[in-house]
Design a protein around this ligand. Structure first.
Ligand code: NAP
Ligand code: GCO
Length: 265
């Protein structure tokens, strides 16, 4: 086997919401494999900070301000990337939010906002890049799904609905554009230590670990939280020619959570 099939030299990758967290780590991994990196975020402050952090890693990233829920901004973003970096070969739909509110207390506005960012935006961004991929004759789309693409839990109704929908959008993009040599797959991270999950790991007033933190470590066969770095290898694989016959698949990177019934009493 030619191990160069894992390389991404010359490829243009757009990672959405990659100023920090999982998106930043995935962009770092794609860059290490040879890709040119474009990313977006929503504020100048985050953009400036992120560009410094990419430069500190030796990555010449192209950063833009764009809200992924706004189709006009996304079209402009893609046009700028095409002009300044090149036509996109790899799209990682990473930008996402969560709101932890019991369903009967959640406003419809909050529910809609989560679905808008976590599900509608991957549709908007994918729609904007697929024509360029068809013209190039290849493309890779990686949707960042979740444990909540498969499981429910208290307080995350909108997030679970959106991430479950994102799993099916993944399978549909595969079905609709596979014949154009476009592979669309998902990564379903387990519980990963990032700003999004920081509230679930906060130390208690008495210094003890958050009960949710203890619950997740007990529920994970690997017995730890994941790190953004745990997602690097899977992302490179799904972005590269090494996965050219993998399509419509969700790769769960969860330390074994979905395989495990839970600790016996
Ligand atoms: P994070 O640290 O909160 O980062 C999320 C990123 O998305 C931020 O850079 C944020 O930028 C950006 N973003 C949010 N809304 C946006 C919008 N409308 N337009 C552009 N960018 C936007 O979260 P993370 O933990 O790295 O999560 C990244 C992805 O992985 C999300 O889709 C999340 O649901 C998913 N995920 C996370 C975990 C986990 O355990 N952490 C597990 C499974 C899946 P701003 O600074 O502008 O808000
Ligand atoms: C939560 C978490 C999760 C994770 C992740 C799991 O409150 O349950 O934030 O939803 O972030 O998506 O895969």
């Amino acid at each position: 086997m030619d191990m160069n099939s894992f390389r991404l030299d010359g490829k243009v990758a757009l990672v959405t919401g990659a100023a920090y967290g999982i998106g930043f780590a995935i962009a770092e991994a794609l860059a290490a494999a040879g890709a040119k990196i474009a990313f977006n975020c929503r504020s100048q402050k985050n953009l400036d900070e992120a560009l410094k952090n990419y430069a500190a890693k030796g990555i010449d990233a192209h950063g833009y301000i764009a809200d992924v829920t706004d189709e006009a901004q996304v079209k402009e973003l893609v046009a700028k990337i095409e002009a300044e970096v090149g036509v996109i070969d790899i799209l990682v739909n990473n930008a996402g939010i969560i709101k932890r509110i019991p369903m009967t207390e959640m406003s419809v506005e909050d529910f809609r906002q989560v679905v808008d960012i976590d599900l509608n935006a991957p549709f908007i961004v994918s729609k904007a890049v697929i024509p360029g991929m068809i013209a190039k004759g290849h493309g890779k789309i990686i949707n960042i799904c979740s444990m909540m693409s498969e499981l429910g839990r208290e307080t995350v109704s909108a997030y679970a609905a959106a991430k479950g929908g994102l799993k099916m959008l993944t399978k549909n993009i595969c079905s609709e554009y596979g014949e154009h040599n476009i592979q669309c797959n998902g990564i379903g991270p387990g519980y990963i230590a990032t700003p999004q999950t920081a509230p679930l790991r906060e130390r208690q007033a008495d210094g003890s670990r958050h009960p949710f933190d203890q619950f997740i470590v007990a529920k994970t066969p690997a017995a730890r939280w994941g790190t953004p770095e745990d997602l690097m290898g899977p992302a490179v694989f799904l972005a590269s020619d090494a996965s050219n016959f993998v399509n419509g698949h969700i790769l769960y990177v969860d330390g074994g959570i979905l395989a495990y019934i839970g600790k016996q009493p």
